[in-house]
Design a protein around this ligand. Structure first.
Ligand SMILES: Nc1ncnc2[nH]cnc12
Ligand SMILES: [Zn+2]
Length: 346
């Protein structure tokens, strides 16, 4: 049985496996610029974030209908459940779909169908095929593309209004896409508007961009978690602040290797970050592209960095502590109790 965990940094579009991409392309009459899944997989050699983003946005062409988004989320949730994920706060990129004529309603309604299906225990599946016996609680976080304009982000927030919590599944806003040259302050106004709507706030910062972007995301955007935050380690004062305030960092170790933020996993600063007292979590980012889902990331850091079982338990505990479960503290307590009761090697 895998260690129970929450996944807090997961782009649903980044769960599009090559097999599903080809199936959706066929369903939608789209010709992909790759002969087959092998050729597509061979293209997953990334020099940096931008080279990944180019392929990632291109492949999204196959996502057109509510059914496509439902199938995408269904496939992710099945894999995540099998790897011990109990709760997932899922990013999506509405602007990347709107640019192709796919409205936010299609995306959210489609994703929502799968999220609802997985929201409760699935004992019948466990009985029939040994699949995960538990459901997954989920929330959606809509990300603004930081290489698009602030005005476009504001329009996107406006379009999302029918789907916001507490009536809809969107609980928060995030900031993703090409980081360097697009500092957080560009999005001050839309984050203020999001706060006024009662939305939670997170942002990618310090993945490729400098530690100053992390500080700016905290000070100007008022974010509650930093996505990645890897480069905080270059600024001891910033580390001291993140430790003091216990600001969660949603690290993505396999992503960092594939996008060349670190050379090899054995060089990842995760152990030093934990030793410093940072509230680290381990997540998969874009698992279809980076070689593994949440549990695979846990396994990889255990092997490459020699993390002891109690360190892994700390990471799992942190994932629930850092999750946006304030509306359901009973559930959070139940998940945390599962983490404490988990027996390694069992
Ligand atoms: N790792 C990442 N960084 C920034 N934007 C992204 N969009 C999807 N994955 C991303
Ligand atoms: Zn990300």
């Amino acid at each position: 049985m895998p260690l129970p965990k929450a996944e807090l940094h997961l782009h649903i579009e980044g769960t599009l496996e090559p097999e599903l991409a080809f199936a959706l392309a066929a369903r939608n009459g789209i010709t992909l610029p790759y002969a087959d899944t092998d050729e597509l997989r061979k293209a997953y050699e990334f020099a940096d974030l931008q080279s990944f983003l180019n392929l990632y946005y291109g492949l999204m062409a196959v996502l057109r209908t509510e059914d496509d988004f439902a199938d995408l989320a269904d496939a992710y949730l099945a894999r995540a459940a099998a790897q011990g994920v109990r709760h997932a706060e899922i990013f999506f990129d509405p602007q990347a779909h709107l640019a192709r004529g796919v409205g936010i309603g299609t995306v959210v309604e489609g994703l929502g169908r799968a999220l609802d299906r997985w929201g409760s225990p699935r004992s019948s599946e466990a009985e029939s095929g040994g699949e995960a016996a538990h459901g997954i609680s989920t929330q959606l976080i809509m990300c603004f593309l930081r290489d698009e304009s602030a005005g476009s982000a504001l329009e996107t927030l406006e379009a999302a209004k029918p789907y916001l919590a507490p009536h809809g599944p969107i609980v928060g806003v995030g900031l993703d896409s090409a980081e360097v040259g697009h500092p957080p302050a560009k999005f001050r106004e839309v984050y203020e508007a999001a706060a006024a709507l009662g939305l939670r706030r997170v942002a990618h910062a310090g993945e490729e961009g400098p530690p100053a972007y992390i500080t700016e995301a905290l000070d100007v955007l008022g974010v509650e978690r930093i996505d990645h935050g890897l480069r905080c380690m270059e600024d001891p004062e910033l580390v001291a602040r993140l430790v003091r305030d216990q600001v969660p960092l949603t690290l993505c170790p396999l992503s960092n290797v594939r996008l060349r933020a670190v050379d090899v996993l054995a060089d990842h600063p995760l152990p030093a970050m934990l030793d410093a007292g940072l509230l680290c979590t381990v997540n998969s980012d874009d698992p279809a592209y980076f070689g593994g889902y949440a549990g695979d990331n846990f396994d990889a850091v255990r092997e490459a960095l020699g993390l002891a079982p109690e360190r892994l338990r700390e990471l799992a505990r942190n994932s629930f502590t850092a999750s946006f479960l304030e509306h359901d503290e009973e559930r959070r307590a139940r998940y945390l109790a599962e983490v404490e009761a988990y027996e390694f090697g069992a």
